[in-house]
Design a protein. Structure first.
Length: 418
């Protein structure tokens, strides 16, 4: 006999496929609400700022917060306030709260540690344990519905943008990976970009192979569209050679030649840290091309990683590049930042001290906490992009990942306290 969970998931998938990409999430949330007897269902997508949620699908459509409209579409912005919604994202655990007219359930919509948003349900009675399990699993399935359908529409991207993008920001956005966070058995990685008022050409990137993790952080010289175009050359070349299984030195050589040929005439170049982590051993190859040195946080102590000096990519066409290897130990945290984290307005930021203070946070929250620390001393408008990538190393590449509904809750950040 087909289980209740099986019927819910089957109805969810059928609803997603029958609807257009623009209406898929609304169709799925309506299907789930009917199956579980909810009086209202919402999908709350994480805003690109990392500091709010945006209600895109709601039945019926009521809510608080600022509402944006685009044609017939509406998006309600719900800033983080330390309440159940933020706690659900932070801890990756379902939150159940009592209302005057019923109960509200907030379940994380997450895939491999990437917090896409929340599934919110209004129920007339307190949900039983079995109903909560169905809601959590359905929220996980909703993550794949969003991932699949956002390829075909701008609706989700529009909903996540609480501020308009400039042309340079649009170009820069396309250079970033599709997911800012990745959890695997041996590591967790998360990146973040806090843009300047005039885009400064920062990017981060990563790709996971069978036994290796590739990652990079780059900073193209200058601001605006010219900087974004230089960044496009650098990132495009690095991805091209990476996908042809080139080593770090070969990647740097090719990117150096590409930027020098196509952007060198106007004096443009790209600083970068390129990395390749061997997941079976913890050996991490690093190449620094005129960039801020990476930081290794080990046993609470943050120290810069000493690497051979190299020229920025594109500065000199004839430049030669060298890399170095370090061996990560379980519990290590590798942090790569751009100089926007250290520019003059942020000079008052004690980066090692901040890194020590956020040591217990999941990289997903740690990158935003570090960006908030920079904004506190240098904001509200940065003179240069502040970009960072945090990589936590656990070891144990051979074992399976201990995930529940898209996240390893043992690695999640602790709940906020008053």
């Amino acid at each position: 006999m087909e289980s209740s969970q099986g019927r819910v998931l089957a109805g969810l998938l059928d609803a997603a496929e029958d609807a257009s990409p623009v209406e898929a999430v609304e169709a799925v949330t309506r299907e789930v609400g009917e199956a579980l007897g909810a009086s209202a269902v919402s999908f709350l997508i994480a805003d690109l700022s990392g500091r709010a949620l945006v209600r895109l699908a709601y039945v019926p459509l009521h809510g608080t917060g600022g509402t944006r409209r685009h044609g017939d579409e509406a998006a309600t912005v719900l800033p983080f306030d330390g309440g159940p919604a933020e706690q659900a994202l932070r801890t990756q655990k379902v939150q159940v709260t009592k209302r005057s007219d019923g109960w509200t359930v907030l379940a994380p919509v997450t895939d491999r540690g990437e917090a896409i948003g929340l599934l919110e349900m209004a129920l007339p009675a307190e949900p039983a344990a079995q109903a909560l399990r169905e809601i959590v699993r359905t929220a996980h399935a909703l993550a794949f519905v969003v991932i699949a359908n956002r390829r075909h529409t701008d609706l989700f991207e529009w909903g996540q943008r609480t501020t308009p993008f400039t042309l340079s920001a649009e170009i820069q956005r396309r250079l970033l990976p599709g997911s800012f966070t990745c959890e695997a058995s041996a590591f967790t990685l998360s990146g973040w970009l806090e843009p300047a008022a005039s885009i400064g050409g920062d990017t981060f990137d990563y790709s996971l192979g069978r036994d290796v993790l590739h990652f990079s952080v780059t900073d193209a010289m200058g601001h605006g569209v010219a900087s974004a175009l230089t960044a496009t050359l650098g990132v495009g070349s690095l991805r091209n050679t990476r996908r042809r299984s080139a080593g770090l030195v070969e990647q740097a050589d090719a990117a150096n030649a590409a930027v020098a040929e196509h952007a060198g005439a106007r004096g443009s170049y790209v600083t970068a840290v390129l990395g390749r982590l061997y997941l079976r051993t913890g050996v991490c190859a690093l190449l620094n091309a005129g960039h801020v040195p990476p930081l290794l946080v080990r046993a609470g102590d943050a120290q810069p990683v000493s690497l051979p000096g190299n020229f920025p990519l594109g500065m000199f066409a004839e430049a030669e590049y060298r890399h170095e290897e370090i061996t990560l130990q379980p519990g290590d945290r590798l942090v790569v930042v751009t100089d926007g984290m250290l520019e003059r307005n942020a000079a008052g930021l004690d980066l090692p001290a901040v890194l020590r203070s956020i040591g217990d946070l999941h990289p997903r929250e740690a990158v935003r906490a570090l960006a908030d620390a920079v904004l506190e001393v240098a904001g509200p408008s940065l003179a240069d992009d502040a970009t960072l990538l945090i990589l936590d190393w656990y070891g144990g590449h051979q074992r399976g990942r201990r995930a529940s509904a898209g996240a390893d809750v043992e690695r999640a950040s602790a709940a906020l306290t008053d």
